[in-house]
Design a protein around this ligand. Structure first.
Ligand SMILES: *Cc1c(COP(=O)(O)O)cnc(C)c1O
Length: 413
């Protein structure tokens, strides 16, 4: 929770700073369980769910003081809420960020982080290897407001450098990328962004904060779809933006407060509980993903397989320097294109066909017909998204059951 700044004339709405442990000094796993806890006077053991739109004041004077700041305190749940504040503080402590803001979905977080820092006349550079909705914001939405964007091959640092214009204000990337799991050198792109006077926003969904810390690599802002590994059990939508206090105040704070994509306290509570088990789940899912990658690589029905934890990954060196381990996801091309991959999916007995990821259940996604269906065939081909591409997301089942299921389904191809 940021301390109130007495020179800031906006209402202080970020809740009590003092009684919210930041977790400084605790190891990351401990922060996931304890950081940010706020206890009510009842002394509840588990974090309370504050399903309330707003708050009442004991007197007119207290009401006036709260709105005037710097006393702090909650005002209205579109601005802040104790359960949401616990989730934000825990995420900030885990990520090593000074400030965090939760949002209703991952796309609300991405949108605020992309729209907040720019204005008409500015220019954005982004990797073209992006989640479909993120590409829409850059290619279709921002230009309506006079913000141009250039999409580059994120792996090619020369393309990032060449795309810079005098009015470039923001760089954006995902790494590993969705859905092909290519790896982009975050520190190198951050250096190019900063030399150009721009900020770098990183979508860290595929790596998770357990394996990759973009802020430590030089990024200015990190965004998550909490719908994925943070909930981790396929229940709730949510998102979070993490950055310095200054980045949040300058670019995100007022935009979120005044436009209202706030996380519901119920979903924040689910996410808080998800964080308690995040590192356990990610470690287990990553071990399963690595086992799947090893079992499928070189299989006669697999044409190409990409896993950031393997030595044969095209950017294995970059992956090793910026990620502590692979990923919970594996990308592979099934032989026979669309027909082959459809036969494979239809033969699965355990892994479900869906478009989510980071769930406790093992899932397969066919990007060409779902997440990247809006792109033209040529655009998909350029991104390496073939008609046989499958994105596999490891769940929490026994590793052998998952590997056996995928191998038996390949028999049907
Ligand atoms: C899912 C996803 C998003 C969007 O998150 P929602 O919670 O679905 O809004 C953004 N980026 C990446 C990489 C994602 O996987």
């Amino acid at each position: 929770m940021p301390a109130s700044d007495p020179t800031d004339d906006r209402p202080a709405t970020d809740g009590p700073a003092a009684d919210c442990p930041t977790g400084t000094g605790w190891r990351p796993e401990t922060r996931l369980v304890h950081a940010g806890t706020l206890r009510s006077p009842f002394g509840e053991a588990s974090e309370a769910m504050f399903l309330t739109q707003g708050f009442v004041y004991g007197s007119a004077e207290e009401c006036e003081a709260r709105f005037a700041g710097p006393a702090g305190g909650f005002l209205y749940s579109r601005f802040s809420n104790p359960t949401v504040a616990m989730f934000e503080a825990r995420m900030a402590a885990f990520e090593g960020a000074a400030a965090a803001r939760a949002t209703a979905s991952g796309m609300a977080a991405v949108t605020a982080a992309l729209v907040g820092p720019v204005k008409a006349g500015d220019h954005v550079v982004a990797a073209k290897q992006l989640f479909g909705s993120c590409r829409w914001i850059l290619e279709d939405y921002l230009p309506r407001f006079g913000v141009a964007s250039t999409l580059v091959d994120g792996r090619d640092l020369d393309q990032w450098r060449a795309a810079v214009r005098p009015n470039t204000r923001l760089f954006f990337l995902e790494s590993p990328t969705n859905p092909t799991l290519e790896v982009i050198d975050i520190a190198a792109v951050a250096a190019i962004a900063h030399a150009a006077g721009a900020v770098l926003v990183v979508d860290n969904v595929f790596a998770t904060a357990v394996w990759q810390r973009p802020l430590a690599l030089g990024a200015d802002c990190v965004v998550y779809s909490a719908t994925k590994h943070i909930d981790g059990q396929g229940r709730c939508m949510g998102g979070v933006i993490l950055a310095s206090e200054q980045f949040i105040q300058d670019h995100v704070h007022m935009l979120l407060r005044q436009t209202g994509p706030c996380l519901s306290p119920f979903n924040a509570w689910v996410m808080l509980k998800g964080l308690e088990t995040l590192s356990l789940r990610i470690e287990r899912q990553t071990a399963t993903a690595a086992a799947v990658a090893d079992a499928l690589a070189g299989h006669p029905k697999i044409e190409r397989l990409t896993y950031p934890g393997r030595a044969d990954h095209p950017q294995a060196d970059v992956a090793r320097t910026q990620m502590r381990a692979g990923s919970t996801l594996v990308a592979f091309d099934v032989a026979g294109g669309k027909a082959g991959s459809f036969r494979f999916m239809n033969a699965l007995k355990l892994a479900a066909i869906t478009n989510n990821l980071g769930d406790s259940k093992s899932l397969v996604t066919h990007p060409a017909i779902t997440t990247h269906q809006r792109l033209t065939a040529a655009e998909r081909a350029e991104l390496g998204i073939g008609d046989g591409l499958i994105r596999f997301s490891a769940g929490l089942e026994h590793q052998d059951d998952v590997v056996e299921d995928l191998l038996q389904a390949l028999e049907a191809v």
